[in-house]
Design a binder for this molecule. Structure first.
Ligand code: 13P
Ligand code: SF4
Length: 321
């Protein structure tokens, strides 16, 4: 605790000294989210992180999350220095969608509009017509479908499948998945619902369709947090990364939040839902990034690639306005 407090104080000083601001995702550890709040930074979903970073006047952004979030920040504001606690923090969706293979997939369907999830590399974004996050993907696909467009979607097959089902849009999909959300289990969730008959089930759409089918609300991290505040239930079963409980508890302190069950070696596990890459973000790493910067912490995006990727990213921000 004392060590944490010392990190806190030193990071605060470093943020001021470097004219830097901390931008954190809801899945990061509670102490990071608290620090971002205390220092005038932001804690949010991936869409709002992108917007906040792009609009903020700081010279340096320190992005606590995973690599695609730092890259998005750099692409949108190449003149800023973008630091991350660690550049090793990636995402299974990004890893599972190499740009060369994805580009071949696009080339074999030239008539389709390419829509990619923000959880991708700069090179994959550069190949896309639109970038989306889970908080506006459904609306954008609806909009494109209404214009008669056929869609090539990547990389998350669960989110893509959910959107196709909701909108009826013609979509072909890259077969990626999130290692965290893919583990939620429908049968165990059904049993938990029976144990807590008054609980509402909140599900992130990166989860398998048979888990989404049991949901009372489906949405992005920010949409699930909103649901936990506005729904009348006093208990919620939550199928997304457990980092989100910090904000849910803060905004609805009287309510009870329960982790949805995940599989793990065949056994049911109720505390596994934490992204291993989000977990790499720590106070010591933030302090280190602000002190040393450089190769180990600074996000670099090839300027030409960045220019290409900025086009679909700006379409995302414009559409979400
Ligand atoms: P959100 O856009 O809902 O914050 O999701 C980001 C993410 O990585 C979910 O796993
Ligand atoms: Fe990627 Fe899943 Fe981690 Fe989100 S929770 S960053 S989608 S691996």
């Amino acid at each position: 605790e004392e060590q944490k407090a010392q990190h806190h104080e030193r990071i605060k000083t470093l943020l001021k000294k470097n004219n830097a601001v901390l931008v954190a995702h809801y899945y990061t550890d509670p102490e990071i989210q608290a620090l971002a709040e205390e220092t005038g930074g932001c804690v949010s979903d991936s869409l709002e992180m992108a917007r906040f970073g792009a609009e903020h006047s700081a010279d340096t952004l320190i992005v606590a999350g995973v690599k695609f979030m730092g890259e998005t920040a750099k692409i949108l504001t190449p003149e800023k220095t973008v630091l991350m606690p660690t550049l090793e923090a990636t995402c299974s969706l990004d890893l599972g969608c190499p740009a060369d293979k994805f580009s071949e997939f696009c080339d074999s369907h030239p008539e389709r509009t390419v829509v990619v999830y923000a959880n991708t590399s700069a090179a994959v974004k550069a190949r896309a017509d639109y970038v989306v996050t889970s908080s506006m993907a459904l609306e954008l696909v609806e909009h494109l479908d209404a214009q008669g467009k056929k869609i090539l979607w990547g990389p998350d097959r669960h989110l893509g499948g959910y959107i196709a089902k909701q909108t009826g849009a013609d979509m072909i999909m890259w077969q990626g998945a999130c290692v965290v959300h893919d583990e939620f289990k429908s049968r165990a969730l059904q049993q938990l619902k029976e144990e807590y008959p008054n609980a509402a089930v909140l599900v992130h759409p990166e989860s398998p369709d048979n888990v989404v089918a049991l949901a009372d609300a489906v949405g992005s991290t920010s949409q699930l947090i909103k649901a936990s505040q506005t729904m009348a239930n006093d208990t919620f079963i939550v199928a997304t990364d457990k980092g989100i409980f910090y904000k849910m508890q803060q905004l609805a302190p009287g309510k009870t939040f329960i982790e949805a069950p995940t599989g793990g070696n065949g056994a049911t596990c109720r505390s596994c839902a934490h992204c291993p890459w989000m977990a790499m973000n720590g106070l010591a790493a933030i302090e280190n990034a602000l002190t040393t910067g450089g190769k180990a912490h600074e996000i670099q995006v090839d300027p030409e690639l960045g220019k290409q990727a900025m086009i679909p990213l700006n379409r995302m921000l414009d559409f979400a306005k």
